[in-house]
Design a protein around this ligand. Structure first.
Ligand code: HMG
Ligand code: MG
Length: 298
């Protein structure tokens, strides 16, 4: 059964801009997020409290949070890998954090410099303290449909990490096809296995579009009742620790597909595409979104 409404988590300002070679100014990050909120997005991943030596693009997230528009129902999430990141997020007034693990050992080491087991040990006190401070905690599992270093990843490995994050109190666990290698039936099978341990209403899809499969994969998983989809305006991004990958599925493409299916998102496609066209101009390139390109030539 398809959902009637899908909540889109816009990750462009984080997952998109974290991968830019040329750092994007705070003013541009602020303007992008403002435009996305104006387009009707209500869940926006604004940045990361990670080591600036690992990901210099996300430096300044504390300053950014102070500049963002605040209104009821508009939520910002920030990535936090450890207690140091949590302290910084709390000091900056964050209301929701995301902890991020992986289903593959090699990717876990490349991305956060520790094993999967060590990462879970590290996340547990982060989640506990964040929840005690009244924050919401989201969880990510990376490499759910393949790893840039290890290749195939077993759905059972995804399930176990997702279950561990859910048990720590993550209200939602987002399943990341970090390298965009998945295909629809594999994606659905993976979600079915994860759903043995984490109920479908607590799952989100976070698919990169490297091989052009993301929309097909999303549709196949929506049929299982998932109703939260992560995407990035203009298809920005990619993970700095997953070589050769491209951006997240474009928010424009997701909204266009769902609009056409009568599934509501609350997002205004025209305003969204304008925000995507603007940030793409700032970055000196065309939006990766086919829908955005089609709208621009009309
Ligand atoms: P480490 O080197 O093992 O950490 O890195 P450490 O604890 O040994 O500390 C090393 C230095 O980093 C120290 O500074 C710390 O103070 C500093 P120094 O004394 O050398 O000057 N440090 C920090 N600084 C600021 N904020 C912090 C922080 N923690 C330590 N929170 C660490 C471990 C996790 C810190 C590092 O590996 C890291 O920052 N990784 C972040 C990687 C990242 O952001 N990746 C991209 C996001 S994940 C993604 O894109 C996938 C996703 O989209 C889903 C999908 O698509 O699958 C979510
Ligand atoms: Mg990602």
């Amino acid at each position: 059964v398809l959902p009637r409404h899908v909540r889109i988590v816009e990750v462009g300002p984080r997952d998109g801009l974290q991968n830019e070679v040329k750092p994007v100014s705070l003013a541009a990050r602020r303007k992008l997020i403002g435009a996305l909120a104006e387009a009707g997005l209500r869940s926006i991943e604004a940045g990361s409290f990670v080591s600036p030596r690992w990901v210099p693009q996300m430096a300044g997230t504390a300053e950014l949070l102070a500049l963002l528009p605040r209104r009821p129902g508009l939520d910002y999430t920030v990535l936090v890998p450890n207690l140091k990141g949590l302290d910084a997020a709390l000091a900056a007034g964050a209301r929701e954090i995301a902890i991020f693990g992986a289903a593959s050992e090699a990717f876990s080491r490349a991305n956060i410099n520790c094993s999967i087991a060590d990462s879970l040990d590290r996340f547990a006190p982060v989640a506990e303290r964040a929840l005690a401070a009244g924050l919401r905690v989201r969880g990510y599992v990376s490499c759910v449909l393949g790893c840039p270093y290890e290749g195939e990843v077993a759905p059972e490995a995804v399930r176990d990490v997702a279950a561990a994050l859910a048990a720590m109190g993550c209200h939602e666990v987002s399943l990341g096809d970090t390298i965009g290698a998945g295909t629809p039936l594999k994606a659905r099978r993976m979600v079915e296995v994860v759903a043995e341990r984490v109920p479908v209403p607590r799952l989100a899809l976070h698919f990169h579009d490297t091989y052009g499969q993301a929309l097909a994969n999303i549709l196949c998983c929506l049929e299982l009742g998932i109703s939260v989809v992560d995407s990035a305006v203009a298809g920005l991004g990619g993970c700095p620790y997953a070589k050769g990958t491209s951006g997240n599925v474009a928010t424009e493409d997701v909204v266009y597909m769902l609009d056409g299916m009568g599934i509501t998102t609350g997002v205004d496609l025209g305003r969204l595409a304008a925000a995507g066209a603007w940030i793409s101009r700032e970055l000196g390139r065309e939006p990766a979104s086919k829908v955005a390109q089609a709208l621009m030539t009309r």
